[in-house]
Design a protein around this ligand. Structure first.
Ligand code: PMP
Length: 429
């Protein structure tokens, strides 16, 4: 029955292609399918269930809120008030007093759209700068800002005025530049285009950056690349939007990835893990200097989900109480220790990279170095056969992505990494 009903669902879904299971229940880091097989979940609902599936305290919080009311009519509520305070508390001290929050829900793409709309309104400009390999969502605007050409080619007239510039993916620098200067050369290209009055681009409404590209293949930006982009956007008075939909809410071991880079963005986009337990929520947190919106300028029926507000506050409390961010850093080091030798052990492992609990293993042809999605899919299938769910991504889908819940234990992580290593050993390039 499950299979036949699923046939009626649109083919456009991504995950079932490579993960042919039907979920019956999920708890913590584990998912059980309808046949009773148990899997370790290293996908976390695409980085959503940061505290694991159905965290008991979050479930209790959601149930209590459900008993009170669900839709807050977009009016002030206690849950919303507490959520705003908790979100602002996550920001570095210097940012708290001049940032505002806007609910954009339910999805990350909605928040990306809102960030662009805000920056366009505030600057009166029309263009947007983004980076190759970026993923910002599937709405028309967000898709236009996404690097995946194959998807965009199929929609006519996407959002105009989107300019792609090179991202600091030095392992695959198209000009084979020295990695020590490569990342700032990327920004020099952008700077040149922004300053060139005889062939450059118009000053954009925003520069939009993922500090660690997630869907693009788990590529942490080089620090000097980020610093230089921040300097440049300040010099030219261009709002810098960081898309922390995937990196936010503790995934990298800080509340937000921008903290690690030592920059202050003008707009932060967050969604996925905001509620901690998978309830939809999306926000932009932005500098009040950009706050030119008139009352009612950005509304929407599902802009504020009371259940997500309540669990979001509780999730932050639990993360602070249990020292989860320290654990994320420790587990991240565990992954680094276990995986950094992979390229030396396996000819088809091109690169291993990541931070916190967001890691990618890029597979490539050992002879040509070309990314090989077929190898990644084979490794993914072998992992699934051994009880580990993970996703692929990046160019040609050649990157195995490890995105476990932030509460994964040392033992479960070790077991999962054993499975990954065995799968890689069994894959024949
Ligand atoms: N931005 C980034 C960085 C993402 O990773 C995603 C989702 N993978 C989105 C935006 C879009 O979020 P959603 O799928 O909730 O619209």
């Amino acid at each position: 029955l499950l299979a036949s009903q699923s046939q009626r669902e649109s083919n456009a879904r991504a995950y079932p292609r490579n993960l042919p299971i039907a979920v019956a229940r999920a708890r913590g880091c584990f998912v059980e399918d309808v046949d009773g097989n148990v899997f370790v979940d290293f996908l976390s609902g695409a980085g959503v269930v940061s505290l694991g599936h159905s965290h008991p305290e979050l479930v209790a919080t959601a149930k209590a809120q459900l008993d009170e009311f669900v839709h807050g009519l977009d009016l002030p509520t206690e849950a919303k008030d507490e959520f705003v305070s908790a979100q602002l508390r996550m920001l570095p001290a210097g940012m708290r007093d001049h940032m505002r929050i806007q609910f954009c829900g339910p999805t990350g793409a909605n928040a990306v759209d809102a960030a662009i709309k805000l920056c366009k309104t505030a600057t009166g400009r029309g263009d947007v700068v983004v980076f190759s390999g970026a993923f910002h969502g599937s709405s028309t605007a967000a898709l236009s800002m996404t690097g995946w050409v194959g998807q965009k080619e199929r929609i006519a007239n996407p959002m105009p005025g989107v300019h792609f510039f090179p991202y600091s993916y030095c392992a695959r620098c198209p000009l084979s530049l020295d990695p020590d200067t490569c990342a700032t050369n990327c920004v020099a290209v952008l700077e040149n285009q922004l300053r060139d009055t005889h062939g450059g681009i118009a000053t954009p409404a925003a520069v939009v950056l993922e500090l660690v590209q997630g869907e693009g293949g788990v590529i942490p930006a080089r620090p000097e690349f980020v610093t230089r982009i921040r300097e440049l956007t300040r010099e030219l008075d261009i709002p810098l939007v960081v898309d922390e939909v995937q990196t936010g809410c503790g995934r990298t071991g800080d509340w937000f990835a921008f903290e690690r880079y030592g920059i202050e963005p003008d707009v932060v986009v967050a969604s996925k893990a905001l509620s901690g337990v998978g309830l939809p929520a999306a926000v932009i947190i932005y500098d009040e200097r950009l706050d030119v919106w008139a009352p009612g300028a950005h509304s929407g029926t599902f802009r504020g989900n009371q259940l997500a507000f309540a669990t979001g506050v509780e999730a932050i409390r639990i993360i602070e109480r249990d020292g989860v961010l320290d654990d994320v850093r420790a587990r991240g080091e565990q992954v680094r220790r276990r995986l950094s030798g992979l390229p030396a052990r396996h000819r088809h492992v091109f690169d291993v990279r990541g931070t916190g609990l967001m890691w990618g293993i890029e597979l490539a042809d050992p002879r040509t170095g070309e990314p090989r999605g077929d190898l990644a899919r084979e490794a993914q299938r072998r992992c699934l056969d051994r009880g580990l769910i993970l996703e692929t991504g990046g160019r040609a889908g050649a990157v195995l992505r490890l995105l476990p819940p932030l509460v994964v234990t040392e033992d479960v992580l070790d077991t999962a990494l054993d499975i990954v290593e065995d799968a890689l050993a069994a894959v024949t390039p």
